[in-house]
Write a protein that binds this ligand. Structure first.
Ligand code: GLA
Length: 385
């Protein structure tokens, strides 16, 4: 943070008055369960987006991105216009969402820095939304709960950018706890348990470096399929509202009432919720290999039922399956490209990552990006003296 404060001060000639940092996140288990009001295991990572600012006169807001030196600016009067193409869309979107919640946007100069990889499935956009939101609201001492801040971030994606995502990304960035995996219930919108990864294990993140071009619409279509299935099932099972309320047995018994596609999508979500609950109890009992197997099972269900995997993600998970060192691996996040997470012994992580990278290159001629992730703390803001 010191470095960003120094760069800001050199660039604008004044020091910032508030500094915020928000981590990226890993979806450990619980794929596409959040918007079905289900359960997810996730963690914040050590990589963060840092956002510092000083208030300014007038209505012009300036943001200097110290990653690549870009300068972005926008006027407070233009918050409702079509989102620009650059990263300022997340900041503009957040101001507009906060305004809906009674916050009065003000002009500012800001600086940002981040080591959360962009567009990889580690929620770089949520980290930016959360860090700027904490800086804005922290400076004005604006009272808003963390759950509501997560909803504001989701609002940026849903209302401003047209991506019908759930709450997982912003929620994990805000509620992550150091060295822990959080178990969240997205009906209650609460952390219901905090779990430890047994000592000596780590997550290796391997980016497939491939992304579908139609990611956004694919995501929205999956959500629609789930909601259609839930609607039909709620007509059969009294008291059920979303896929979270359905058991695997109930789904099987109602299979002929759903289209093949709705059934497969629902199966993924219903069984993911189950896997999350099983995984939590396995972790509590220190059963790392049982937990790892559930990661493999989740990937298989993504591949077969939810169809949000890609051939590159499948190659990475296959390499993991054949490597004696890996206890479990799966695609993590929305899917359709992006990252896989691999559970391995911490002291073998680097060698493992190199092996997978080189095997992946052999099979695809693509250089994968690799991160060994620490489980970081949740987002924070701090007024500077
Ligand atoms: C993306 C979305 C989240 C969640 C995951 C899939 O990361 O932003 O809300 O739906 O995909 O679990």
């Amino acid at each position: 943070m010191k470095e960003l404060i120094r760069k800001f001060t050199d660039f604008y000639g004044i020091p910032p008055v508030i500094a915020a940092a928000a981590p990226g996140r890993l979806e450990v288990l619980g794929n596409h369960t959040d918007y079905n009001e289900g359960f997810v295991l996730s963690c914040a990572v050590g990589q963060t987006t840092k956002f510092v600012l000083a208030p300014a006169e007038g209505t012009l807001c300036k943001v200097k991105d110290f990653r690549d030196g870009t300068e972005m600016s926008f006027d407070l009067d233009s918050l409702d216009r079509k989102p620009p193409r650059n990263g300022s869309k997340y900041i503009i979107g957040m101001l507009s969402e906060l305004r809906k919640r009674g916050f009065e946007p003000f002009a500012f100069t800001a600086g940002l820095q981040s080591d959360v990889p962009l567009s990889a499935g580690m929620s770089s956009s949520a980290a930016l939304e959360v860090s700027c939101a904490l800086a804005f609201t922290g400076l004005k001492n604006f009272a808003i709960s963390r759950a509501e801040l997560a909803r504001a971030g989701q609002g940026v994606e849903n209302n401003f950018l047209g991506l019908k995502t759930g709450l997982l990304d912003q929620f994990s960035s805000l509620f992550g706890e150091k060295d822990s995996i959080i178990m969240s219930d997205f009906r209650k919108v609460e952390v219901i348990d905090t779990l430890k990864l047994p000592a000596g294990y780590a997550f290796v993140v391997i980016n497939s470096m491939k992304k579908h071009t139609l990611v956004d619409s694919d995501y929205n279509v999956r959500r629609e399929d789930c909601e259609n299935a839930a609607k039909i099932l709620s007509g059969i099972y009294e008291n059920s509202r979303t896929l979270r309320d359905i058991t695997p047995e109930q789904l099987e018994n109602a299979k002929d009432k759903l289209s093949e596609r709705e059934y497969l999508r629902a199966k993924h979500v219903v069984c993911e919720c189950d896997r999350v609950k099983k995984a939590a109890s396995l972790l509590k009992n220190g059963d790392v290999s049982g937990f790892g197997q559930l990661l493999f099972d989740s990937h298989e269900s993504s591949r077969k039922n939810f169809e949000n995997s890609t051939s590159e993600l499948d190659i990475l998970v296959d390499i993991a399956r054949k490597d004696g060192e890996c206890l479990g691996a799966r695609l993590s996040g929305g899917g359709f490209g992006g990252i896989t997470i691999h559970l391995v012994k911490a002291d073998a992580a680097e060698a493992y990552a190199e092996r997978v990278k080189s095997e992946y290159f052999k099979q695809t001629a693509v250089e994968a990006e690799v991160f060994i992730c620490s489980l970081g703390a949740g987002a924070e803001a701090q007024l500077l003296k």
